[in-house]
Design a protein around this ligand. Structure first.
Ligand code: GDP
Ligand code: CA
Length: 326
């Protein structure tokens, strides 16, 4: 089976690792391939290096190098380089980059300088993490430089800041007025993105941020149309439980686009293409859900508390995808 998923960072990566586990545990599905279309709107240039946080979180999580407790960054990491930069007064210091992590960003930046595309670079990085051998392909949503910015209200008037500055430095506490995605209108899907959606047997939306992860991917011209047009079933996992994000600030992002923080309202964002929606048992009655969408409750909390729990959620979304009416 050819499975395609749209994903952001931590939520997407944990789900997809569970999905690979669930597929590998099923003799009938173990040969399935997994193509991940990754958000690159979070990308940022720091110290002259191109950082692609969601792609890196996917690589490290699926490749076994992630800091498990934190959900991002490398396991057994040190911060000597960033400490040296701080000693020289080099800014910014609010974005933590470990020494091993720096290796990824240096390699990416070097290869960009050699003229390789983000798609080619991601493939090279993925090779080191053993992903091709496990039937996993990560595609950046686009090869064009795209950056999500957040318009916030300051004393002197509105100001647009990089998404990472709002999310990390300001912990999304400053009220977001809107998101502006530089370069998105002129971006084209990366090679293979539309083809993968068109050829998929199943498309999955992991529990990723509906606004700044999935929403950005859907904004790449052509992607949403491809999802509407694919004959494959499309199934998603709610990123909210009881009206709250499990981690991160999806509620602050939803408020900025005028959407309620509920599993039903998030489903509404995908109503034009989504066939099935997996929710926490407590959210089943909290609709109304969009007409024609098959909404089912997970058999247990919709919480990826560990790798096994993530695999069970992934398995449930697979089963929903295999049974849903398209
Ligand atoms: P980011 O790029 O690191 O913010 O990661 P994503 O966009 O992939 O995922 C963030 C979203 O995943 C947030 O809206 C979280 O609420 C959601 N999420 C994280 N862990 C879980 C979980 O265990 N269960 C569910 N249902 N959602 C989760
Ligand atoms: Ca992200």
């Amino acid at each position: 089976m050819k499975i395609v998923a749209l994903a952001g960072g931590v939520g997407g990566a944990r789900f997809l690792r569970g999905l690979r586990d669930a597929l590998d545990a099923d003799p009938g599905l173990a040969h399935s391939t997994l193509t991940v279309i990754a958000n690159t709107g979070d990308d940022i240039t720091l110290f002259g290096l191109r950082v692609s946080p969601d792609v890196d979180t996917l690589l490290y999580t699926l490749g076994g190098g992630i800091d498990e407790a934190q959900g991002w960054g490398r396991a057994e990491e040190s911060f000597a380089v960033q400490g040296e930069l701080a000693a020289y007064g080099v800014q910014p210091q609010w974005f933590a980059l470990g020494d091993k992590d720096f290796g990824t960003h240096i390699a990416r930046s070097l290869w960009l300088g050699h003229g390789l595309t983000p798609t080619e670079i991601t493939a090279r990085l993925a090779e080191r993490w053993g992903l091709p051998g496990r039937g996993i392909t990560i595609l950046p949503m686009t090869d064009a430089p795209v950056e999500t910015h957040v318009v916030v209200e300051r004393a002197g008037g509105p100001e647009a800041i990089h998404f990472q500055q709002w999310w990390v430095a300001e912990r999304a506490e400053t009220r977001a007025e809107k998101f502006v995605v530089a370069g998105l209108d002129r971006a084209t899907p990366a090679p293979g993105v539309l083809e993968a959606i068109g050829a998929a047997d199943l498309v999955l939306l992991p529990p990723s941020n509906p606004v700044v992860s999935i929403g950005i991917i859907l904004g790449v011209p052509g992607v949403r149309e491809a999802l509407r047009g694919t004959p494959a079933p499309i199934v998603g996992v709610a990123p909210l439980i009881g009206g709250r994000p499990v981690r991160g600030h999806a509620d602050a992002c939803l408020r900025a686009i005028g959407v309620d923080s509920t599993a039903a309202a998030v489903a509404g964002l995908y109503a034009d293409f989504l066939d099935g929606w997996l929710v926490d048992p407590g959210d089943l009655e909290s609709g109304p859900y969009p007409d024609g969408m098959q909404v089912i409750a997970h058999d247990g909390p919709l919480l990826m508390s560990d790798r096994q729990a993530a695999a069970r959620i992934a398995r449930a979304s697979l089963d929903l995808g295999l049974s849903v009416n398209v």
